[in-house]
Design a protein around this ligand. Structure first.
Ligand SMILES: [Zn+2]
Length: 454
């Protein structure tokens, strides 16, 4: 048995080494090879490690990064799958790389981000101490069919790790109701701040999973999130154990947050902008609470938590503030569009779309993102598009209700940067992966720098 563990670990490391020789990164193949040689490898390697897992549609990466940051700030080493390798193979490889040659873990703590589809197998093998479920939205329809499939997948994972404390988003009816179906110990987090009365007309979760009646809302934050209840059968949003009771803009950027927690009231600043990052912070703190970490210290650490590379980054070009928000799938894109819609005052949005190999050459996902909701909520006097598929982007925006005459196509990133320079309104760039790399480089070369929250 021990020999098989060592062999599988060695094969994993060697295959990574060989891939790197050929200039290829990635942990999927090494992980796959290791699991082929020893299917029980992940369970074996994870057994002595205290693991917190993060799953759900949106905010996984940021929430997991916040948890990792909390541990780093506390001087507690942890292993984590930071490269976005969130399938079984990638997670396994991460455990291998942080173990000794004989398969002994060198770190006692792990923060693992996990894809919803991979969650049942991963949770069964890892047997985490806690699981944070961020929310459930429609995402990658081709893979999950619909959002209820993702929900079933998460439920199945929770059932396979029955001792794991499930930290559930009270505001998301799809997530919160998992406590009715799973036998796990559960705790809830949520936003108890003023919001509007009704959820958006287009909702990912309009109907009660108990009786099929339409949910009503006492208060609504965004998408289908809020203080939901079923007027027919009485199902309702559970009271959050970790409840955000106030959010105000912080003078130095981000949000000042007050949270009522079982450990006492917490006041802290979330350095990242936008309300959904307050949600991510609440999710991370609930996870930290479930793990028994020092909660006031965890909350304080959020003040020094910066952007995950390219996911949301701020810089200045001269006097023009520029924010880059990476978008690479419909769900993440919708989140970025919601943020853009909430920006007060005039601004200049730029949508960048490349179809290089690293982006996935199929760019049809832009038709699944809700650009319509952006143009239904606000208008712009000028819109930019850029990238190898700029014309597809332009067409998409036109169909979503943008005024074609206001759309400016930039043929090169230099043209884009030249147009941005000297603008008196803030610029929001929504690129996919490789277009982000190009635009970021050009902005840096033009003197754009000085991230103002790190
Ligand atoms: Zn009902």
């Amino acid at each position: 048995m021990r020999l098989r563990v060592m062999l599988a670990c060695a094969a994993c490391r060697i295959s990574r080494f060989v891939l790197r020789l050929f200039g290829r990164g990635g942990t999927a193949l090494p992980g796959k090879i290791a699991l082929r040689l020893y299917p029980g490898l992940l369970a074996r390697l994870a057994r002595p490690v205290d693991v917190i897992m993060v799953t759900g549609t949106n905010g996984k990466t940021t929430t997991a990064a916040m948890l990792r940051h909390m541990l780093e700030q506390a001087g507690r080493p942890c292993l984590s799958n930071r490269a976005g390798a969130n399938l079984l193979s990638g997670i396994t490889a991460e455990f291998v790389f942080s173990a000794s040659l004989t398969g002994r873990p060198r770190k006692k703590l792990a923060v693992i981000e996990c894809d919803e589809g991979a969650f049942p197998a991963a949770a069964q093998a890892i047997r985490p101490k806690a699981v944070v479920v961020t929310n459930l939205f429609r995402d990658q329809l081709d893979r999950y069919g619909e959002v209820t499939h993702a929900r079933r997948s998460i439920l199945s994972g929770l059932e396979k790790a029955p001792e794991a404390v499930a930290c559930l988003n009270a505001d998301c009816s799809l997530t919160a109701t998992l406590h009715l179906d799973a036998g796990n110990p559960c705790l809830f987090y949520g936003l108890d701040i003023p919001g509007e009365g009704e959820a958006a007309a287009v909702s990912d979760a309009p109907h009660c999973l108990g009786c099929g009646a339409r949910y009503a809302y006492r208060r609504h934050t965004y998408a289908h999130l809020g203080d939901w209840y079923c007027p027919e059968c009485g199902r309702e949003r559970p009271r959050p154990d970790y409840s955000v009771t106030s959010v105000a803009p912080a003078p130095e950027g981000g949000s000042l947050v007050t949270m009522a927690a079982p450990e006492g009231n917490l006041n802290f600043r979330v350095a990242l902008p936008a309300l959904y990052n307050v949600c991510n912070a609440a999710a991370a703190l609930a996870g930290a609470g479930a793990m028994g970490w020092d909660l006031p210290a965890a909350a304080r650490s959020l003040e020094s938590f910066g952007a995950v590379f390219g996911r949301m980054e701020s810089l200045r070009l001269g006097d023009t503030p520029v924010q880059i928000v990476l978008v690479k799938n419909p769900a993440g894109c919708d989140r970025a569009l919601e943020y853009l819609a909430s920006v007060p005052g005039e601004c200049f949005p730029v949508f960048c779309l490349n179809d290089n190999l690293a982006d996935g050459t199929d760019v049809s996902w832009i038709w699944d993102a809700a650009y319509e909701s952006l143009f239904a909520r606000r208008s712009f006097s000028q819109i930019g598009v850029y990238g190898t598929r700029a014309q597809d982007m332009r067409l998409r925006l036109k169909y979503a209700g943008a005024d074609d005459e206001k759309i400016q196509v930039f043929d090169t990133a230099d043209e884009l940067v030249a147009a941005v320079r000297g603008l008196s309104v803030p610029v929001y760039i929504l690129p996919n992966y490789t277009s982000m790399l190009v635009v970021r480089d050009k902005l840096a070369a033009a003197g754009g720098g000085g991230k103002f929250w790190e």
